[in-house]
Design a protein around this ligand. Structure first.
Ligand code: SAM
Length: 391
């Protein structure tokens, strides 16, 4: 995670600009530890830089919830803050590398809004979950130029590596998204995908609820797969293989195939490693046989009140509201410099919570850095939040 230590933390006169980086406002935590968050806008992305006192020094790093991809954005913003505030950098892991040219010249990296507002249509679409080294993704995309590959990964260095290869190989049929696959399927229209690849997912043997494959994921996979579409799990983990078989056997209108030690055209880094250790490799494939109705979601994320009393926000701090659809939790509250309050929220479904901020200034509320993903649990959490803000 990019970070730097500076000698003195100078709050800036805000808003402030250093080159292309704009700092908007500062929000200070009311809790112990005294962290503050500086809103930052750079290259069309909004995120927070986090400041914390660390012994005699001051730590600047990116806030986990709003951290943008690629890392270059954070690195550049951290250096811009240090420069604008005339701070001396004591130590850092931030290089002054310029923007990765592959990210500049290629538009394969998409944001979730891209899919939420206008999901691509008109050609065969396959999804790859957790592409890692991207060997399988790149191989599939280059051998199937008419197919569009939507590729999800939450590990930022893997995303940067994949983008680099996409540019070098000049592939134009891959869309990369930095997003949790378990959340993403909600945006996919019904009966759309021909394949979903989940190759060598993290086994999470001690925390099975964190696995990509689970009841909700499989239900959503069946909805989004076209008839005869396939959800392909490849794993070296016997536990995961058994768990997937069990999970696939619940829903009706599906069949499944199991294969052991099947050779495929391209092997991943993980597969090479397991093969050297002579581990078995399992393929567990679910085949959908259903035409699913279109998913309809009512509502949006607007706030209905004409003027919100921002004093209500700190009273919600550390409160959790549990409901049938999921929950809403106000983790921490922050005061905003020029007036206003902010809450750090976790909301939505228990196994796929959304983490973001709510800002109330001048009686108006907004989510930061973007609205929640338009899922049914998030819409329910928003209705509850709206009611709470009404007092
Ligand atoms: C063990 S690696 C396997 C990578 C690659 N598929 C291969 O076969 O080499 C699992 C990858 O899944 C990613 N991952 C884990 N959970 C994920 C999720 N919920 N959504 C998207 N990617 C995820 C991890 O970041 C990691 O890169």
């Amino acid at each position: 995670m990019p970070h730097l230590h500076i000698d003195v933390f100078q709050p800036l006169q805000l808003p402030a600009r250093e080159g292309e980086v704009v700092f908007g406002f500062i929000a200070t935590s009311r809790g112990e530890g005294g962290e503050s968050l500086i809103s930052t806008r750079f290259k069309g992305r909004e995120f927070f830089i986090l400041h914390k006192k660390s012994g005699e020094k001051h730590l600047l790093k990116s806030d986990k919830i709003t951290r943008p991809s690629p890392n270059f954005l954070v690195k550049h913003a951290l250096l811009a803050y240090a420069k604008h505030s005339h701070a001396t950098i004591i130590d850092s892991n931030v290089d002054n590398a310029s923007e990765n040219v592959h990210l500049k010249t290629h538009d394969a990296l998409k944001s979730v809004d891209y899919f939420a507002s206008d999901f691509p249509t008109g050609r065969e679409i396959r999804l790859e979950v957790g592409f890692g080294s991207a060997r399988h993704l790149l191989h599939q995309a280059s051998t199937n130029p008419d197919v569009l590959f939507i590729a999800l990964e939450i590990h930022k260095p893997s995303i940067e590596q994949a983008l680099k290869q996409i540019t070098i190989q000049n592939l134009n049929n891959i869309m990369i998204l930095d997003y949790d696959a378990r959340l993403f399927l909600e945006f996919v229209p019904s009966n759309t995908l021909s394949r979903i690849y989940v190759h060598f997912p993290v086994p999470w043997d001690k925390k099975p609820h964190r696995r990509v494959i689970g009841d909700t994921f499989v239900t959503e996979a069946i909805r989004t797969l076209a008839p005869q579409g396939r959800l392909e799990l490849r794993t070296d983990s016997e536990n995961y293989y058994r768990f997937a078989l069990e999970t696939y056997s619940h829903p009706p209108h599906v069949s499944f195939e199991v294969r052991k030690n099947q050779e495929i055209a391209v092997t991943s880094k993980y597969e090479d490693r397991w093969k050297k250790m002579e581990k078995n490799i399992y393929d567990v494939t679910l085949i959908n046989d259903l035409i699913s109705p279109e998913k309809k979601l009512e509502g949006d994320f607007s706030f209905t009140q004409s003027s919100i009393n921002d004093g209500i926000l700190p009273t919600l701090e550390r409160q959790t509201f549990r409901r049938d659809w999921g929950f809403l939790n106000a983790e921490a509250s922050f005061m905003i410099g020029e007036g206003g309050w902010m809450l750090r929220l976790a909301m939505g479904s228990f196994d796929r919570p959304e983490h973001l901020y709510l800002i109330v200034q001048n009686g108006k509320a907004r989510y930061f850095p973007t609205q929640p993903v338009r899922s049914s649990a998030n819409l329910s959490a928003h209705i509850l939040l709206n009611e709470l803000l009404n007092g």
